[in-house]
Ligand binder design. Structure first.
Ligand code: KIV
Ligand code: NA
Length: 264
């Protein structure tokens, strides 16, 4: 079959169908999630932390993310793949933002891009949409602005909620096809969802959004420390650790390789 498209995403909102998004950073996990029926895979700049070991998303570059994004496209068949634009690759201006988004589509095969911010990046979003590039917005706790927020904390409380609503409406008007709402009060996320005709994708935003997203290593229990909004659906840290210990024990003890693992 064919890939999920922005039209499928739009139709899901009209039918009030909720859907899941997961991050992916390599071909094998992309394949697992694709075969599990996850319709949209995000190659997040969270790769900065979960792939590259940085303590924020600030340092990761276009050169770091392009090969990962290409691998996720190659590893999946049905999912729509969204490329996250890293810090510094679009805030610097419309021309650079458009050049970056264009590179991701041409060099990776991704089907859409995601950028952080509302009205402050609207000219970039409009230029990308005009160029034929589907744009996903991201509001609330936008990790590329962690140094302005002074930490990873809930956004959009009180007056800031009105600003977030205005940003969401501006993104919709600019032609964005969806918007991520990260770490915002659930009532604000529900109000934004009801006010937009494009889908909202929540992370730490309660159950009132059209879709949900989690970083896969958080959802699968590989990340040591996670936020309150994460639910762990597996304990990969224990499963992988046990596998590595069993392998080590069998190599040291001589049980591996056995005759069936050897060529005679
Ligand atoms: O980079 C990322 O993984 C993200 C999602 C958490 C929305 O932006
Ligand atoms: Na991101």
């Amino acid at each position: 079959g064919r890939r999920v498209t922005v039209r499928d995403i739009a139709a899901a909102k009209e039918r009030h169908e909720k859907w899941p998004m997961l991050t992916a950073y390599d071909a094998l996990t992309a394949r697992v999630f694709d075969e599990a029926g996850i319709p949209v895979l995000l190659v997040g700049d969270s790769a900065a932390m979960v792939v590259y070991g940085y303590d924020s998303t600030i340092p990761v570059t276009v050169e770091d993310l392009i090969p990962l994004t290409a691998a996720v496209v190659r590893g999946s068949k049905r999912a729509m793949v969204v490329a996250d634009l890293p810090f510094g690759s679009y805030q610097t201006g419309v021309a650079e933002g458009l050049a970056t988004a264009t590179r991701f589509l041409k060099e990776t095969g991704a089907h859409a891009v995601k950028l952080e911010g509302g009205r402050r990046v609207l000219p970039q979003a409009e230029a990308m949409v005009a160029a034929g590039i589907p744009v996903m917005g991201h509001l609330g706790l936008t990790p590329q602005s962690v140094n302005v927020f002074g930490g990873y904390r809930v956004q959009g409380r009180g007056q800031a909620g009105d600003e977030l609503m205005a940003d969401a409406k501006a993104l919709e008007a600019a032609g964005a096809f969806a918007v991520v709402l990260e770490c915002v009060p659930e009532d604000l996320a529900a109000r934004v969802t009801a006010s937009l005709s494009i889908p909202t994708i929540g992370i730490g935003a309660g159950d009132g959004t059209d879709a949900q997203v989690l970083v896969w290593q958080d959802m699968a229990g590989l990340t040591p420390h996670t936020a309150k909004f994460v639910k762990k659906y597996a304990d990969l840290q224990t499963i992988l650790g046990d596998a590595a210990r069993s392998y080590a024990d069998e190599v040291v003890g001589g049980a591996f390789p056995a005759p069936e693992h050897s060529y005679h």
